[in-house]
Design a protein around this ligand. Structure first.
Ligand code: BTN
Length: 258
């Protein structure tokens, strides 16, 4: 299985914030935990931890995340944003993945609120943001990205109906370093915008397949239904319920109704 040529990529990204230092591991429990560990030791923002294999890769709602060795990308990026910038970190990650995939393939991925990146209704990439707050300030945010590049979902019964990959969508294999490089460069550009106090909400909302659709949002044991009307500047979803009332949804899992 080809290893990633991380050194060349690190040189290419040396002058940027995101990706100026890359840590590449054959196996880790999760890149999230390793990035948090480095953050605790004072690592600067922009470092990236990549793993070929994750023995405890996790997604939102603590679900397992599968990363077949040598085929996909699993990595986490450390940020040290202001607390007011936190909503945009999630948006930046989803936008960066969409842009990179568009540039690599010509396809137009869409975002399912809050941050699944999908093509033709199937999940191509999952994003997990874990933040540490202290005394009303953000200590750090770890952004984990799983991107399905060269794997064939048909080999995985539990996800084959809901997952896709660049290979499955195009019939072509992609160089994973090219894909990683593209996502990290886009993420760096969006982070530059965030630091210049530009909002990403409009660009993020423009890519969202959820808006205008009848949806169900599940949060723990609660399920609410309505039409996804808009998003606010914090990235929350505004849902119009059947009785005409509006509700702001801060977190949850969306199912699009046909
Ligand atoms: C989701 O869609 O539920 C989010 C999936 C996030 C997976 C990535 S892979 C790299 C990083 N390490 C993890 O353990 N999870 C994230």
């Amino acid at each position: 299985m080809a290893e990633l040529d991380i050194q060349t990529l690190e040189q290419k990204l040396a002058q940027r914030v995101v990706g100026h230092r890359l840590y590449y591991h054959q196996s880790l429990p999760s890149t999230m935990d390793e990035t948090r560990r480095l953050a605790g030791k004072g690592a600067p923002e922009g470092i990236v931890v990549i793993a070929e294999d994750q023995t405890k890769g996790r997604g939102r709602f603590d679900r397992p995340w599968i990363t077949p060795v040598g085929l996909n990308l699993a990595f986490s990026v450390l940020f040290r944003p202001e607390i007011s910038q936190l909503p945009f970190i999630n948006m930046a990650a989803a936008l960066a993945v969409c842009d990179a995939v568009r540039d690599l393939t010509g396809l137009a991925p869409e975002i399912k609120w809050p941050n699944d990146v999908r093509i033709n209704g199937k999940k191509l990439s999952g994003i997990l943001v874990e933040t540490e707050l202290e005394g009303g300030k953000a200590v750090h945010a770890v952004v984990g990205i799983g991107l399905n590049v060269n794997f064939d979902p048909r080999g995985y019964a539990e996800i084959e109906d809901v997952a896709t990959s660049l290979l499955a969508e195009t019939g072509r294999r992609f160089d994973r370093v090219d894909a990683l490089s593209s996502v990290l460069q886009k993420l760096d550009e969006y982070y530059t915008d965030i630091k210049a106090t530009k909002s990403l909400t409009e660009r993020w909302a423009d890519r969202m397949e959820t808006l205008g659709r009848l949806i169900q949002v599940r949060w723990k044991d609660d399920v609410i239904e309505g039409v996804a009307d808009s998003v606010d500047d914090q990235g929350n979803l505004i849902l119009k319920r059947p009785d005409g009332s509006s509700i702001t949804v801060v977190a949850g899992e969306v199912t699009l109704q046909v």
